[in-house]
Design a protein around this ligand. Structure first.
Ligand code: BGC
Length: 759
């Protein structure tokens, strides 16, 4: 019995954690303009504020125990997880047993359920939530691709348009942004995040929250955002989704938490704990994460929504004896909403849970109030607006622009790109991804329509066709299965062509949640197809459409022209044509290292130095592989353009001992075309009391320059930007010597050293 009750009481007793006391950001490292939570949020920022709202308190006072528990249940309209819920949904809503519904959209369907909610005793409106991850009806490139744009405006615009479309379809809240740092591309969910780097992750997290929520929550064309999955989910062992992440508190604080904190600072309304366990505790039951870091250190009083069935899964993690114990534990830790475990609804009256229950209900009611649902439960439900707002020309153009900006040029050894379409009379489009609309849209889109999607084939047929070329399609082989029976036909077509566009990659169904891979090369017979097409000697542009970094060693050798398009969304094919002919500037950079082979994973640029770093020509007793290089095939931050750029070494322009440290560099377009370059600033702490990463990205800027044009860029760094988590888990800045480097990818060596002292 004692053993059975232990987890609940242990968790309830604060402070209790397997990790140390909270690390507070020292005052001198804080940016005074950025309160930790809620800068942009009309939701009460503190519990005290929440507990003073007379309207909410009056409502709470009228609610029975069952009605309070009922508010905290979330059930699915459609299914995105393993436990389907049966049709009694409407009945439960009328009985006041449901506070929100997930995976639902469409004015008619939402209205029907809202009607039911208004038949309940207290008529508390429902909240409708959905995974709007990279677009709604107009689908944008997958988030990993948008991170490759190194342009936060792209992510913000995607989120804004997604919000406009989804909100017009009745949705109030999206389960996005996903901000999990990921260093192992075997994990299928790398498609949803911004890749391996905490700085890029923070910038993109902020942009998405701004885009979804706008300046003020509650506008009828914006959504409440939900930052997820808190925390460390991306470090799943072996890249196996849902498996353990073993992360030290320091790494958690330095690598995995910063994007969440950035989302907090932008005023994100809600948060979702992750499925996996770390240090013996699943996040849904982790008091250190949920109480100490989230509520105490960061002061978050927004709504915490469990992941799908995650409360019930506490029994499968074997830290709770039964569902009831799991429900009590999660509620006591401030997991406000029970998504799909169907546990909170049935919580028996438990006096020690009363305060937690009231608090969770208040938080949810505050969110509903901020969204304006008490004023008008139907304010998101307007059929005419729904029709007018979907898939507009402007949205499609924005999606096309995002796909263009997200593309990364990996190889252009023969300078085949950009090309003049008129020069090619016969163009063949070959490959299993060439006309795969579902993969063009990418995983985690629930509403985009394949029939409205411009695949590579459609975009190239339209583009080259308008230039008078004859364009033909041949699949060559399946995307996933090994089958080489059609390769000969594809080769024959290639031989009759002046230009081949070969579209390879990963089908969407092997990317995303639970779609992990042990081998991250091209699947099936695709490499064989590539060999056959390359052997024709025809000019070949190889286009990649994939949801994760791929190991492309052989492909790189046989294909001199490689363009990474990711899963590019609704307008992917048009974006591709614009990039090929150079009317759009290719300038994206890799947000994750591309490995040489699967055995190198996890791989990331900002690793530690090691006492035995590899040296040229000596790998015995060094950190090395016997059978492979330890270097990635393409490093973080890498990407070419149709021009060439020179970036001057970093120079410090602020006065000695003055903060902020101002670092400058000049970038010049030294080529013949107008083009984009992403200038990156890396900092390396030379010596400190705990091993520093080899280098860390601290700033970047994507610029567009005419031939011969140059621009001077400035980066400002505060001590907080150069701080780390010390032995006592405090964020500190240690004075000393720092190396600075400005360049066009993460390989750039240190160019300048600067001695910095405490402010
Ligand atoms: C995923 C979440 C998602 C939820 C609702 C879960 O399986 O982990 O990211 O928001 O389903 O669809």
């Amino acid at each position: 019995m004692l053993r059975r009750l232990l987890p609940f009481f242990l968790a309830a007793a604060l402070p209790l954690t397997s990790w140390a006391e909270p690390s507070k950001t020292p005052e001198n490292l804080r940016n005074p303009e950025q309160p930790i939570w809620g800068r942009n949020s009309p939701i009460p920022r503190t519990l005290q504020e929440l507990e003073k709202d007379p309207q909410l308190l009056a409502l709470l006072a009228q609610m029975s125990w069952e009605e309070k528990c009922g508010q905290l249940n979330q059930y699915a309209g459609e299914i995105t997880g393993p436990q389907p819920l049966k049709p009694e949904l409407e009945q439960r809503i009328v009985q006041g047993q449901v506070g929100s519904v997930l995976s639902i959209s469409g004015v008619d369907r939402c209205r029907k359920l809202q009607d039911s909610a208004l038949k309940s005793r207290l008529k508390i409106p429902l909240l409708f939530a959905m995974d709007v991850i990279h677009g709604y009806r107009t689908v944008f490139p997958i988030p990993l691709a948008e991170a490759a744009s190194f342009d936060p405006e792209i992510a913000e615009q995607d989120a804004k348009i997604s919000a406009q479309e989804a909100a017009a379809s009745g949705v109030h809240l999206t389960f996005a942004p996903m901000v999990d740092i990921a260093r192992d591309c075997r994990w299928g969910r790398v498609i949803e995040g911004a890749g391996e780097d905490p700085h890029l992750g923070q910038v993109m997290a902020r942009a998405r929250v701004r885009g979804f929520q706008g300046r003020q929550l509650g506008q009828p064309d914006r959504l409440a955002a939900c930052v997820k999955h808190f925390a460390g989910y991306g470090a799943a062992e072996g890249g196996r989704d849902y498996d353990t992440s073993e992360i030290s508190e320091r790494t958690m604080r330095e690598v995995y938490l910063p994007p969440f904190q950035a989302a907090m600072e932008e005023g994100v309304a809600t948060l979702m704990p992750s499925f996996q366990e770390t240090a013996g505790l699943p996040s849904t039951a982790n008091p250190w994460l949920l109480r100490q870091v989230l509520r105490q250190d960061w002061g978050f009083e927004g709504v915490v929504i469990s992941d799908y069935g995650a409360i019930e899964e506490l029994t499968k993690h074997r830290i709770c004896q039964d569902k009831l114990e799991a429900g009590k534990l999660a509620l006591s830790l401030g997991v406000d909403i029970d998504m799909m475990s169907d546990i909170y609804r049935t919580l028996p009256v438990t006096p020690e849970l009363q305060a937690s229950l009231d608090r969770s209900v208040l938080r949810l009611l505050a969110l509903k109030k901020a969204l304006g649902l008490f004023e008008d439960p139907y304010r998101f439900l307007n059929q005419e607006r729904e029709k007018k707002t979907q898939f507009c020309q402007d949205f499609r153009l924005a999606s096309c622009r995002a796909a263009e900006k997200s593309a990364v040029l990996l190889e252009n050894r023969q300078q085949l790109l950009p090309l003049e379409p008129q020069r090619y009379k016969r163009v063949s489009v070959i490959g299993p991804l060439a006309d795969d609309a579902v993969s063009t849209l990418g995983e985690w889109n629930l509403v985009g329509r394949p029939e409205e999607t411009i695949t590579a084939w459609k975009g190239l047929r339209e583009g080259f066709g308008a230039c008078g070329s004859q364009v033909q399609l041949e699949k060559g082989c399946p995307a996933y299965k090994a089958d080489s029976s059609k390769i000969a036909a594809a080769k024959k077509l290639a031989l009759q062509s002046d230009l081949v566009v070969l579209v390879l990659g990963e089908p969407a169904e092997i990317t995303g949640e639970s779609r992990n891979r042990t081998f991250v090369g091209l699947p099936g017979s695709q490499l064989e197809l590539a060999r056959a097409i390359a052997a024709t000697g025809k000019p070949v542009v190889t286009v990649l459409m994939n949801g994760r970094p791929l190991a492309l060693s052989e492909l790189r050798q046989i294909c001199p022209t490689l363009l990474e398009m990711w899963h590019p969304g609704t307008e992917g094919g048009r974006a591709l044509f614009n990039l090929l002919r150079g009317s759009a500037s290719v300038g994206g950079k890799l947000p994750m290292s591309f490995p040489t082979n699967s055995g190198q994973l996890p791989i990331y640029y900002n690793r530690k130095s090691s006492g035995r770093a590899p040296e040229k020509g000596a790998d015995k007793y060094k950190m090395a592989y016997y059978d492979s290089s330890i270097q990635p095939l393409y490093p973080f931050g890498y990407g070419l353009s149709y021009s060439s750029f020179a970036v001057s070494p970093a120079r410090v322009v602020s006065a000695p001992s003055q903060w902020p440290l101002v670092v400058e560099c000049t970038v010049k377009n030294t080529g013949k075309r107008k083009a984009d370059e992403v200038v990156q600033l890396y900092v390396s702490d030379e010596v400190r009391s705990l091993t520093p990463p080899v280098k860390e990205l601290k700033g970047f800027s994507r610029v567009s320059l005419d031939p011969g044009q140059s621009r001077t860029l400035q980066f400002r760094l505060n001590p907080g930007d150069l701080s780390f988590i010390d032995q006592d888990m405090h964020r500190v800045f240690e004075p000393g010597s720092f190396g600075l480097a400005t360049g066009t990818d993460s390989r750039v060596p240190v160019q300048t050293r600067v001695k910095l002292s405490t402010p």
